[in-house]
Design a protein around this ligand. Structure first.
Ligand code: FES
Length: 122
């Protein structure tokens, strides 16, 4: 997979645990919508495009998780995804996966490896 490099998308201290943070990264013409999820001290990153109908998953700014913070929930039609794998376990895209992104935390900075824009399609 072609990469356009790792970019800082947030500071770890800006993301609740559990919690999520939306980001838009890349250049103006080829931005990549994404989000990071923090849970139990681990951080995961995904492209913010639902594999069902291509909508953004969040139902408000930085709101990606179910009420109990146990799963990612799509605002479109309610599909549910595992936080650690992006696997859809209920809903219209059962068995599909969110597009995961490489993520690492260095010195409190959350860095995400962004794919080339053509590779963000689901
Ligand atoms: S767009 Fe996500 S469940 Fe339909």
């Amino acid at each position: 997979m072609k990469r356009i490099g790792k970019q800082q998308v947030a500071l770890l201290t800006d993301i609740a645990d559990p919690g999520a943070r939306e980001f838009e990264s890349g250049s103006r013409d080829d931005s990549v919508p994404g989000f990071v999820v923090r849970k139990n001290g681990r951080v995961f990153a995904y492209v913010n495009i639902c594999p069902h109908a291509g909508r953004s998953l969040n139902w408000g700014p930085d709101r990606f998780l179910t009420r109990d913070n146990g799963l990612i929930m799509c605002a479109g039609h309610g599909a549910l995804f595992e936080i650690d794998s992006g696997l859809c376990i209920a809903g219209a895209c059962l068995g599909a996966r969110l597009t995961s992104l490489e993520v690492e935390v260095i010195d409190g900075r959350v860095l995400v490896g962004l794919p080339a824009p053509a590779e963000t399609k689901t």
